[in-house]
Design a binder for this molecule. Structure first.
Ligand SMILES: NC(=O)c1ccc[n+]([C@@H]2O[C@H](COP(=O)([O-])OP(=O)(O)OC[C@H]3O[C@@H](n4cnc5c(N)ncnc54)[C@H](OP(=O)(O)O)[C@@H]3O)[C@@H](O)[C@H]2O)c1
Length: 266
C-alpha cells in the first residue's frame, strides 16, 4: 500500500505546481471585472502582480484590498492604446526586475453591424483587443524568455472561437478570433524560449462590459444558450488562469480553454 501524503506534504506539492511566489505577473485591464479578480488570484497564490489600466484610483483600491494577501499588487496606470502606455508597463517591469506571466486581458467592445460600422470604431476595437496585446507581448518577450516558466495568457472570448449570437459584434469577434491566432503563433514561435501561450475563452460574465446587456430582456435568451443555464462569476474564471499561469501547465501550449458553462459544446 502506498504511503499517504501528510497535509503539509500535499500543500508543498500543490504549491510547487500552482504557487506563484517569486514570480511576477502583469495583468492588463485590472481596474475592474475579470482582470481585477485574476490579479487577486495570482497575488493570493503568492505572486507579485503589476496591474495595468487607465483608472489609477481603481488600481490603488485593488492594491489596498490585497494588503493581506501573500503576494503583492503594484498599480501601473497606462493607456495601452498608445506607445506611452507600453513604456510605462516596461518601466514597471524593469523596476521589478522581471516578468514571468503576462495576462493580456484589457479589452473593449463597440457595437455596429458589418455594413454600417465606421472605420474609427472598428479600428479602436482592433487596436486595443488585438494590436496592443501583440505589442505588449513583444515588449515583455525578453523578460518572459528569461523566466524559468514564462507564460502568456490571452483573454479571448467564446466569440473568438464561434460566431456571435448577437448582431453588431463584428469588430469584437474579429479581434478575439485574431487573438486566438496570435496565441497559437506565440506558442509555436516562443516554445524555443520555454514560454507557453494559451488563450481563455470566457462565456458571459457580469462585469462593467456586460452589465447593461445582462440586466436587459436579452439576458434570458443568452442564459438559455448556456447548458448550465447561468452566467459565470469572476471567481470561476480565476482558477483556469492560475493553472495556465503556473509551472503546472508546462506542457500545455497553444490551446484555447473555454470557461463558458458549456456554451461552446452545443
Ligand atoms: N465579461 C464577459 O462576459 C466577457 C466575456 C468574454 C470575454 N471577456 C473579455 O474579458 C476581458 C475583461 O473584460 P471585463 O468583462 O472584465 O470588462 P471590464 O470590467 O469592462 O474590463 C475591461 C478592462 O480593460 C481596461 N481597459 C479598457 N481600455 C483600456 C486601455 N485603452 N488601456 C488600458 N486598459 C484598458 C479597463 O480599465 P480602464 O477603463 O481603467 O482603462 C478595464 O479594467 C476583455 O478582454 C473582454 O473582452 C469578457
Amino acid at each position: 500500500m502506498g504511503k499517504m501524503a501528510t497535509p503539509a506534504q500535499s500543500c508543498d506539492y500543490l504549491d510547487a505546481l500552482f504557487g506563484q511566489s517569486g514570480r511576477t505577473a502583469v495583468v492588463t485591464g485590472a481596474s475592474s471585472g475579470l482582470g481585477a479578480e485574476m490579479a487577486r488570484v495570482l497575488a493570493s497564490a503568492g505572486g507579485d502582480v503589476i496591474v495595468v489600466a487607465r483608472r489609477e484610483n481603481r488600481l490603488l483600491e485593488l492594491a489596498e484590498s490585497a494588503a493581506d494577501l501573500p503576494g503583492s499588487i503594484t498599480p501601473c496606470a497606462a493607456d495601452l492604446s498608445g506607445d506611452d502606455g507600453l513604456t510605462a508597463v516596461a518601466a514597471a517591469v524593469s523596476e521589478r526586475g522581471g516578468c514571468d506571466v503576462l495576462v493580456a486581458n484589457a479589452g473593449t467592445v463597440e457595437v455596429g453591424k458589418v455594413e454600417s460600422m465606421d472605420d474609427e470604431s472598428f479600428s479602436r476595437v482592433l487596436e486595443l483587443n488585438l494590436t496592443s496585446q501583440w505589442r505588449l507581448s513583444k515588449t515583455l518577450f525578453p523578460w518572459l524568455a528569461k523566466s524559468d516558466a514564462g507564460r502568456v495568457i490571452n483573454i479571448s472570448s467564446i466569440y473568438g472561437i464561434l460566431g456571435p449570437v448577437r448582431s453588431g459584434l463584428s469588430a469584437y469577434a474579429a479581434s478575439k478570433h485574431g487573438l486566438v491566432g496570435l496565441t497559437r503563433t506565440q506558442a509555436i514561435e516562443w516554445a524555443e524560449q520555454g514560454i507557453t501561450a494559451n488563450a481563455i475563452a470566457p462565456g458571459y460574465f457580469p462585469t462593467e462590459m456586460t452589465e447593461q446587456l445582462l440586466a436587459s430582456k436579452a439576458a434570458q435568451r443568452l442564459r438559455e444558450l448556456v447548458p448550465m443555464a447561468r452566467f459565470g462569476t469572476a471567481r470561476e474564471l480565476a482558477p483556469a488562469l492560475l493553472f495556465l499561469a503556473s509551472p503546472a501547465s508546462s506542457y500545455v501550449t497553444g490551446t484555447v480553454l473555454p470557461v463558458d458553462g458549456g456554451w461552446s459544446t452545443w
